[in-house]
Design a protein. Sequence first.
Length: 264
Amino acid sequence: VSRLLGKTVLITGASSGIGAAAAVLFAKAGSNILLLARREDALKAVQQACVDAHKASGLDKGGQFASIQLDVSDKTAVANLWSKVPSSLRNVDILVNNAGYVVGREHVGDIDEAEIEGMFATNVLGLIAMTQLLLKDFKARKSGHVINIGSVAGRQPYAGGSIYTATKHAVYAFTASMRMELVNTPIRVTEIQPGMVETEFSLVRFRGDEQAAKNVYAGLQPLTGEDIAEEIVWAAARPPHVNIAETLIFPVNQAAVTVVHRAP
Ligand code: NDP
Ligand code: 8X3
């Protein structure tokens, strides 16, 4: 029987890509899920996919789902989150801090101030705010698992990625420090560090330019949201004494941000 049966999982950025795929996979394993993101319609569609996946699994536990519109960079909205959450989903066991994005490839000196602030507000401050919110409960209940979605960009800077890589390096430092602080508790802290995953990520980076987004993955088989979701769910399903601290995951033809083999 899955260790995830009847557990409650909160996922930020559950409306597409990695977050949406993780929601469906947790639903298949019998978990309850709180899906959060800014786009309500997209969230509802993922919630329906969770309902379907849960039904198809034939499990008779879990299967409670709710979608709540939340911009993690909105401090007031994060502070008021519990007032919107159905009471049956308030005891969260697993927090997946997945919401994040990059805009542009501009070099320092030419980067839009609002875009800099937006990336830090979501990728760093939003992730921290969500963690602070949940950790109070985790500590009181002496249980819980924080799974942060970092990136290879949190281990390796690159030209054209100064702000994004700075945010993901911040996620790495925050996550690793927190793991040290919690070493004398049963609370687990995991960082998943993907390489190239074909989601809406590049479409957002290139401000809706579909061709530019497609070119990122030209000549190789990128990872999918499902590939990373499998890692997230696997880390969450380890026995309670096992903590998957970090996992770096590449497509087979990628070995670093800039070391990529493309078929001609
Ligand atoms: P997507 O663009 O497909 O998904 C990003 C998700 O984050 C969406 O659901 C989006 O929903 C949500 N989101 C963005 N900003 C906010 C916000 N302020 N508040 C709440 N939700 C927000 O990309 P991915 O699935 O690829 O990205 C997921 C995570 O994976 C990100 O943290 C990204 O940095 C990381 N990552 C991605 C890689 C890749 O190559 N794709 C590689 C390494 C890491 P909405 O717009 O509805 O709010
Ligand atoms: C996403 C990977 O290389 O586009 O975190 O920065 S990269």
